[in-house]
Each structure stands twice: as C-alpha cells, then as structure tokens.
Write a protein that binds this ligand. Sequence first.
Ligand SMILES: Cc1cc2nc3c(=O)[nH]c(=O)nc-3n(C[C@H](O)[C@H](O)[C@H](O)COP(=O)(O)O)c2cc1C
Length: 352
Amino acid sequence: MTDDIQRRKRDHLTICANDAVAFQTRTTLLEEVELIHCALPEFALADVRTQAAFMGRTLQAPLLIGAMTGGTGDNAAFNTELAAVAEALGIGMSLGSLRPALEVPELVREFQVRDKAPNALVLTNIGGAQLRQYAPAQIIDLSRDIGADGLLVHLNTGMELIQPGGDTDFSGVLAHIARLVDAAQGWPVGVKAVGMGISFRDGERLRDAGVHCVETAGAGGTSWMAVEALRATGQQQRLGQLLQEQGIPTAVSTMWMRALGVSVIASGGVATGLDMARALALGADLTAVARPLVAAYRHGGPEEVRTYLDDMIAGLRYTMFLVGAQDLSALRQTPRVIGPALARYADAGLRP
Ligand SMILES: Cc1cc2nc3c(=O)[nH]c(=O)nc-3n(C[C@H](O)[C@H](O)[C@H](O)COP(=O)(O)O)c2cc1C
C-alpha cells in the first residue's frame, strides 16, 4: 500500500506538469471581479505594503506554496528547495499529505523543511477520509515535530472517486475534523478542498466544528478528477472525464467563506498577481498556488519557481498601485464591479 501511495505521488508530479489537467471550460470567476482604476493613488509604488499576519507568522506577501508532495521516496529535494524559496520571499508553504510519513516513518525526512525555512509559515496536510486511520494526537504530534505552524485537512471526494483504489467512504469525516480540532487545543487546524471548492453550507459546518480557516481550492485551476482520469482506466476513466469540470469556482467559495466570517485562503487557479488582488479584494486572508509551480520546477528548478512567485507578488503590488490600495485592508475596500455570472452564483448559494 505504501508503494502505491509513493507511486501515486510521483504520478501526480509528472501529470501535473501538463496543462491537460487544467479545467477546460469552467473558470475561477475571478475574471468577473473588476477592480476600479485609481488615477490618483497619492503614494509611491515603493510604499505599497503586502504584509499579512497568519497563524502567528508575518508573511511579506499573502501567498502560500500550495500543498503538493512529500513521501515519494525519491525527491526529498522538492520540498526543501521550495521551502528555501518560501523563506527567501517571506511567504508560506503547505506540505503535501503526511500519509506516507505516517505509514513509513523514514519518509518523514521529506517533510522536514524547517531548517531551510526557519521563519516561513509551514503547514502540514492530511486527507479527511484518512482521519479514521490515525489518532488525532499522532497527526498533531508529527506536525509539531516537523515544526509546522498548523495543519490543513483536505476534502477530496472527486479525486478519491476516480483514483484507482480510492477511499470512497466519507462518513464521519466532519466529526473526525471536530475531534482533531479539539485535540489540537488551539493549535490551528484548517480545512481545504482539492479543486472543487467549499460550499456555503459546508463552510458553515466547518466553522461550527471550530476550524481555523478554509482554503477554497476551487474550480478553475487544476481539475483533480482530470488528473485521476489520466491514471484510471475503463469506467473510472470515463466517469472522471464526465465529471472533470465539476466544482465551485474559486471566487464564489472565497465570497461565501468571507460572508461566514471564516478565515479564507483563496486557491484553485490563482496563478497571477492580478488573480491574487481580485481574491484578496473579495476578502481572502491569503492566497495559494500549486500546479503552476510544478511546471516551473520541471523547467528551471527552484530558481524558476522563485521567479514565478516573485512575478505573482510584483503583479499584486502593481495591481494595488493601479487601484490606489496601499495595503491589504485598503484593497479589501477597493470599489469593484462584479460580473453577472459571479453575482448570480454567489447569491444563489446563500439560499438553502
Ligand atoms: C503535484 C500536486 C500534488 C498535490 N498534492 C496534494 C496533497 O497532498 N494534499 C492536498 O491537500 N492537496 C494537494 N494538491 C492540490 C493543491 O494543493 C491545490 O489545492 C490544487 O492543485 C488547486 O490549486 P492549483 O489550481 O493552483 O493547482 C496537489 C497539487 C499538485 C499540483
């Protein structure tokens, strides 16, 4: 079984270097957020402040390297190199699922990034469907040993459905999350989706379970049903292809979490500084990017990942300058026009 997990993690890295797994028709709907231009910002570009506080850390920009990997058994460098980039840029990093390390203790080394990123926000990750296999203390203790600042539980029904041998029993997951939150005693436990977003109703249930934050991982970026369809055969593959455009657009999920008062990390197709600015204007506390970094890493290693992320941060700063927002709280107040598809979707989802 651990060989299977390691093979799967390796496949994901290979498949995700390819654009065939992007949503083809559905978008994030962030393009429907038009921030109104300000011709008189009355401050200098150099005075734009993008610092953000999250889980006890101060980030130089509200950006996380999204949860990806660890435990493939053959590329410990990926996480440590990305962690060094996060440290250099003053941003955060989520590690991939801890499951391989919970199964094979020596794989923990692929998650030990703290010495490369002493000041960066570092988060660990585990699947909701796997919570019944491990005691809450086991997950929290391992995360804290790694030096993580918090944990994100991923909810990935679509992926598990299409994945050969996927875990399709999600009964009791919410109660397991609540137990994990209790066991963590105030140490932050959040929840993330995996390319299909989080609904208003689910956000409400997660908020009531006491989660620290929700990462949207909405539709419009990487389709995880498309990823798994490429690994599956027969009926699984056909159903993955049928359903690969399903999911809640990132902009919609972000607005819903904000309406619920849930701290929100906007992700899923957040690939540029303009996407970041739009998501932050909708009320996101942070943003995260995953798959574009796989392609950058394959092409030019950690240097190219750094360039990609640096472009995102500079793009955010430029957009803030153009809309006259000197800091992130001003960006949240920026006048905007919301397009009809986003307005309709966001409004409809607030009703039962
Ligand atoms: C290679 C790869 C591996 C991933 N592994 C995980 C994982 O272990 N746990 C998780 O919660 N999300 C995982 N994800 C999902 C991302 O964290 C993210 O939610 C999703 O890809 C949407 O963001 P994007 O559109 O920027 O790719 C992975 C993504 C990639 C590209």
